[in-house]
Design a protein around this ligand. Structure first.
Ligand code: FA5
Ligand code: MG
Length: 414
């Protein structure tokens, strides 16, 4: 990691990024490789597929929600720092202290107080407390996960928030209805305290908006369905799915924002909805991009296919070429007196093999009753996007992975 040479912090291990110093502690698990994605901002890169979809979503919101003077109502934040506090990513969203999404094995922590945001929702509370009522957040998010053609440790999300008061809803006579209704209890359909009709109105506006967005992106014939969901920060909550190659694919989560979050942010008279969607999934569907790693390609064979004036131009991705994969297995005994997490191994593989790693799968696991030891066998599939890999090349990387796993994860190769 980056060790600065200035006297004060000379001997304290820390990460220096964006002019800030993050001292390391027990929680630090972010690698130099992951930090190298910070600031790439491919969602803002000219003619990048993620940028084309970002523009289409922003344009859709700008034309759908227009103010009294013809102005766009939604403001857009697409370059907020992805390093956030634990309070922003979790606490401000009422995510319980023991929630699995906070685990070290699921997030990239700089230290106990800071992490690479796991969702763009991390900025929601602060923007609301600045007085904003209608906004979009676009950015890179980071999650530790398995490795395959649809999972990458960095992907991109768009979040939106829309807050309303009785005055906004009934400008002629706000006293007709209050957004609140003291007698109401929490049910599957509503939060306590909110007026039922107004809740319905908001949920309908949210669902209509998101369905319209789906047909704007995928055309009138797109098949969508609503599934009920759970998020600690919204209630009721839903997921929107679209039919993709005869399978239902989740594209976004949404719901009515928990009133406690609004109250804490100072939006005391408001009711509001929010959603968060994944840009890669939409782009893979829309352009038929087969592998999520392609979004990081700097190859002109890839990028030039998205070089269009109008972001609404239909594009169908054509693979530049297809090279054969090469797969090698690795088997080891887990350490007996230290914890082992598969995600640590996935990170290690990715750090060493970079984008040559197409997949890593746990293919066998067994515990020897005699030795009281557990063994894992992983299959690592190597593939170069631009040429054929030789077995010799792969062997060198594979050996390095074995050696590093022994040194860093304390495993014993079988
Ligand atoms: C969230 O991240 C919530 N913050 C969304 C939200 C915002 C709900 C505001 C309510 C209100 P989730 O983890 O399901 O939820 O991710 C949201 C979307 O991001 C998913 O629907 C999917 O489109 C995308 N996504 C999630 N994980 C991945 C992944 N590993 N790879 C690609 N896209 C992903
Ligand atoms: Mg989800």
């Amino acid at each position: 990691r980056h060790l600065s040479s200035n006297a004060k912090s000379k001997d304290i291990p820390h990460t220096a990024i964006g002019g800030c110093h993050y001292p390391h502690d027990d929680w630090t698990n972010v690698s130099t490789k992951m930090l190298s994605y910070v600031g790439r901002n491919i969602h803002l890169q000219n003619n990048h597929p993620l940028s084309l979809i970002r523009q289409r979503i922003v344009q859709f919101f700008h034309k759908t929600f227009i103010g009294r003077t013809g102005n766009a109502v939604f403001s857009v934040y697409d370059n907020l720092n992805p390093i956030v506090t634990v309070e922003e990513n979790f606490d401000s969203l009422l995510i319980p202290v023991d929630h699995p999404s906070r685990k070290k094995s699921d997030c990239y922590y700089l230290n106990q107080n800071h992490l690479l945001r796991a969702h763009t929702t991390a900025h929601q509370a602060r923007l609301m407390s600045m007085g904003l009522n209608n906004f979009l957040i676009v950015g890179d998010v980071y999650r530790r996960d398995e490795i395959d053609s649809t999972h990458y440790p960095v992907f991109h999300q768009v979040d939106a928030v829309r807050l309303r008061t009785a005055q906004d809803l009934f400008p002629l006579d706000a006293s007709i209805l209050s957004v609140f209704d003291k007698g109401v209890e929490r049910t599957e359909e509503t939060q306590e305290h909110y007026n039922k009709e107004i809740s319905c109105l908001m949920i309908n506006e949210m669902k209509k908006t998101l369905e319209m967005m789906a047909s704007e992106l995928f055309g009138k014939d797109v098949k969508t369905r609503w599934v009920s969901a759970y998020f600690p920060f919204t209630h009721p909550s839903f997921e929107l799915e679209i039919l993709h190659h005869d399978k239902w694919m989740e594209v976004l989560g949404c719901g009515l924002i928990e009133q406690k979050i609004l109250k804490t942010a100072g939006a005391v008279n408001h009711i509001g909805w929010a959603f968060g969607l994944g840009l890669e999934r939409l782009a893979m569907h829309l352009y038929e991009i087969p592998d999520i790693r392609l979004f990081w390609s700097e190859d002109l064979g890839f990028l030039s296919q998205f070089n269009v004036e109008d972001p609404r131009t239909p594009i169908k991705y054509k693979p530049v070429s297809i090279y054969p994969p090469c797969s090698n297995d690795i088997s080891f005994w887990l350490p007996q007196d230290a914890p082992f997490a598969s995600n640590d191994f996935y990170d290690l593989v990715r750090n060493i093999g970079g984008d040559l790693i197409e997949q890593v799968n746990l293919i066998d696991e067994f515990t020897s009753p005699k030795k009281k030891m557990t063994s894992h066998c992983y299959r690592i599939v190597y593939r170069h996007m631009e040429r054929t890999l030789t077995q010799e090349e792969v062997n060198v990387i594979h050996k390095d992975i074995e050696k590093t796993a022994v040194n860093e994860l304390k495993v014993t190769i079988r």
